[in-house]
Design a protein around this ligand. Structure first.
Ligand SMILES: [Zn+2]
Ligand SMILES: [Zn+2]
Length: 352
């Protein structure tokens, strides 16, 4: 089978890999949709040796198939897989991490927090979804609700699920105002879900195109930091001088992170989900004096992934419109070239 490999420095290659055979406890998914996530740009743009290492994800080195938003159908099952865990033809998303499976974090669905260290991040340190087939432990599958498309399942498998996880951590309520920094796939999903939950959303992005899309997805107020002297002041003015109840940074920009902390009201909560880079805070003034809670949120558990999918299905939220581009596997180069500009919506690859 063909698989997409990131070479670093904005180069990628389509290489030949053997079709996988499932071992004990494993299944093979035929990929129907493999999403392109904002964090893939970190690996796509990385120096030739190591986006994964720079994000603290380890890895054995060597080229792996990219794509960490896998969604498809079970087409092969290895020995010892319980019938209620996976079955032929099962429509499934994949929780894209492998851990030991038995430690306190793994057994509660947080494989990425495994006490042994995460053994594999699919699409980053292990073969991911940008290929016709993906082999993984059956326990990493999350059933896709019948109502949802494979594309929607791919979105939930990282970008939208990550937004969901962050909003859960923030305990967002319908009477809250939230400022969402960055309207890429994660930020836009946060805007969409927060608006659906009844919250008032202030969306921020340096691309007017992305802001316009945020408005279509339910944002009440739009701020382009490029045209705004004082972003924190602008958010205060939109909240009667008090600041937002909550903020979420999906931009990874050090400056936006500071603003995300400063723009919340006293007792407010700020949540960082964007990967990489740093932040410098004035601890006393930005955090302590205002009783601010600062949360770091890394994706979601397999249980949370199932809950997010159920929520999206029950509320009939149209995630398919997150995608502005749908690609075949052999168009990967063009697909990432366009995604790299960070003005468009989300892309998805349909490997089969
Ligand atoms: Zn574990
Ligand atoms: Zn991701």
């Amino acid at each position: 089978m063909k698989g997409v490999v990131f070479l670093g420095e904005r180069r990628l290659e389509i290489r030949d890999f053997p079709d996988p055979t499932p071992g004990p406890g494993e299944v093979v998914l035929e990929m129907k949709a493999s999403g392109m996530c904002g964090s893939d740009l970190k690996f796509y743009r990385a120096s030739a040796s190591g986006g994964a290492a720079s994000l603290g994800l380890g890895g054995k080195g060597g080229p792996v198939i990219a794509g960490h938003e896998p969604c498809g159908v079970v087409v092969a099952i290895g020995p010892g897989v319980p019938e209620n865990q996976a079955w032929m033809g099962m429509r499934a998303m994949q929780h894209h991490y492998r851990g030991c499976g038995v430690c306190p974090h793994c057994s509660t669905g947080w494989m990425q927090l495994c006490v042994e260290g995460v053994a594999e991040v699919y699409g980053v340190t292990g073969n991911g979804g940008h290929a016709k087939y993906l082999k993984c432990p059956a326990r990493t599958l999350v059933e896709l609700p019948e109502e949802l498309s494979f594309d929607a399942g791919a979105a939930i498998s990282c970008g939208t699920g990550t937004a969901w996880g962050a909003l859960q951590r923030l305990q967002l309520q319908g009477d809250h105002t939230i400022a969402v920094f960055g309207q890429g796939p994660v930020g836009l999903s946060a805007t969409l879900l927060a608006a659906e939950m009844g919250a008032r959303v202030i969306a921020l992005d340096t691309s007017d195109e992305r802001l316009q899309r945020a408005k279509e997805f339910g944002a009440d107020e739009l701020i382009n930091p490029k045209n705004t002297n004082n972003v924190v002041q602008a958010i205060r003015e939109l909240t009667h001088g008090r600041g937002a109840h909550a903020s979420l940074d999906a931009s990874s920009s050090p400056q936006a992170r500071v603003q995300a902390v400063q723009c919340v009201r006293t007792w407010g909560k700020a949540c960082f989900v964007g990967e990489g880079d740093t932040v410098t805070l004035d601890v006393s003034n930005d955090l302590l004096r205002r009783q601010v809670t600062l949360i770091g949120s890394w994706t979601f558990s397999s249980v949370g992934q199932a809950e997010c999918a159920r929520y999206v299905a029950d509320r009939e939220i149209d995630l398919d419109r997150l995608f502005t581009h749908r690609w075949k596997l052999d168009q990967a180069e063009e697909a990432y070239g366009i995604f790299d500009k960070q003005t468009e919506g989300k892309g998805v690859i349909h490997p089969s």
